[in-house]
Ligand binder design. Structure first.
Ligand code: ADP
Length: 262
């Protein structure tokens, strides 16, 4: 009976190991496929602006007396696009690296919110968009990387301003919520359709809404935001209505609330 019991035990262990191996192989295959897709999208995204710059250089070379102003304008636009893409790709790869340790410190989120509001003030003013900041005097602090959390706030505020039309408002609210700190970035902009909401955090995803597509972007901002939130053991949710506006809610562990997220 002891022998039979041992055999049964062994076959249960073997079955479990087999199942674990099967799941790991499937996960590795999925990760590999995702990487290949990402590589080909990166290639595609870099190829077009580069081809445009090369084309205009050739055009100017062949016809030096041609319309240089037009060519330079197109080249400048594509160079900026490439610059933004390379910068976002680098950030995305950094915040996606599980081996890259997160250097945690006490981060004053209210300061980051005010900095982001200042940063996007010129663009907002240009587009007749107002930015309101609602943060308590002694706003709760978060526990994490100040560089990454600054990027998170900047990306959300940047989108809110970018996708809000003339006369609209962007409101950034910071408040304590138990052992968490909550950041809400709300706008009165274009809104996001239900279909688009499902792909919002996918790399390179850009809305199918023609009004949103008119606004330049890389489609990487929200992927970066999502990974930073995950690295900080936080959560993110989005609420949106087409034509009315969007609000992103981020909750992060509080540094001064007892739970230091470690
Ligand atoms: P980008 O803004 O560079 O295109 P993001 O990853 O930041 O890339 O956003 C992905 C898409 O989600 C955008 O192209 C836009 O269509 C939509 N989106 C993001 N934020 C907002 C917002 N606040 N209001 C409306 N649409 C938004």
């Amino acid at each position: 009976a002891l022998e039979i019991g041992r055999d049964v035990g062994r076959s249960i262990v073997n079955a479990r190991l087999f199942e674990l191996e099967r799941r790991m192989t499937a996960e590795l295959r999925r990760a590999d496929r995702a990487k290949t897709t990402l590589f080909s999208t990166v290639h595609h995204e870099l190829k077009n602006p580069l081809a445009s710059i090369v084309g205009h250089v050739e055009l100017l070379k062949e016809n030096p007396t041609g319309d240089a102003t037009w060519s330079l304008k197109v080249m400048a636009r594509n160079t900026h696009r490439l610059q933004g893409l390379v910068d976002d790709l680098l950030t995305l790869s950094k915040v996606s690296d599980p081996d890259r340790p997160l250097v945690r410190e006490r981060v004053d989120l209210a300061e980051l919110v005010r900095d982001a509001a200042d940063m996007f003030l010129p663009r907002a003013t240009q587009e007749d968009v107002t930015i309101h900041v609602a943060a308590p005097e002694h706003a709760p602090t978060a526990w994490g990387s100040s560089v990454e959390l600054a990027r998170l706030v900047e990306n959300l505020v940047s989108n809110a301003v970018k996708y809000t039309t003339d006369g609209g408002a962007v409101t950034v609210t910071l408040r304590p919520l138990g052992d968490k700190v909550e950041l809400v970035v709300a706008d009165e902009g274009l809104g996001i359709s239900r279909t688009d909401l499902q792909s919002l955090f996918t790399e390179f995803f850009r809305s199918t809404n023609p009004d949103a597509l008119e606004v330049p972007g890389t489609g990487l901002g929200l992927s970066i935001v999502q990974r930073i939130v995950a690295r900080h053991n936080g959560t993110i949710s989005v609420d949106s209505e087409l034509g009315k506006g969007t609000s992103f809610t981020v909750q992060l562990p509080r540094a001064d609330g007892g739970d230091q997220g470690q």
